[in-house]
Ligand binder design. Sequence first.
Ligand code: SF4
Length: 240
Amino acid sequence: MNDFTNCPQLYKYRAVDLLPEPPSIDAERGKLIHSVLEDLFELPAGSRTFESALELLPTKWREQLEGKPELAALVLDDKEWFDRAQALLTNYFSLERPSTFESTYRELHLERDISEEIYLHGYVDRLDVAPTGEVRIVDYKTGKSPKPGWEEKALFQLRVYALLYWQNEGVLPKLLQLIYLGDSRVVKSEPTEAQLKSTEKILRNIGDEILTALETNHFPTKKSRLCDWCFFKAICPAHN
Ligand code: SF4
């Protein structure tokens, strides 16, 4: 949905034509940190220390390489790679103390048919249910936090998760939390029923636009600064 909003043609390349893209070093670093933090919460509370997280790093990276051996060519300097990962984990421990609370779910799969033709699903990095029943949805980002004024756009993803959880479980999450490890900043928001209803309306509208694009096979290009990072620029009609 994000791709379609940014550029319908990009959505077509990725979701309809299923064109392959080379792995991105930043995305792979993100996956590594996510898997370390996921496993960290499998340990008993007292063992969820910075040192344990560091110990998990090489094991998780080995597993990632086994699944995608071509990644080895992306990492030219092992020390630099692990130093950067360590710095992100250092930032994580400056923001949270995982030994002081229990996390209920990691990589929780949420799904729902939001209409007869639109199925929506996603994986939540972490969802914590407090002993009092309050729900917190957490997403880790290994990049830097958005500039002032752009937080709302970033929170949209978490509002979608909150909407799915609310509709499936009947519990309105109390807190949404984006943890930016790139610059040690947390963006928080308390979702309201009105916000989540408006999120649902936006999702339905985007879903309907995607269905129309599929029916008419019309996926217009939308030039923006994102084009400079788009792998498909070389074949995109807007640039050729
Ligand atoms: S290069 Fe730009 S316009 Fe073309 S598909 Fe990519 S994002 Fe869209």
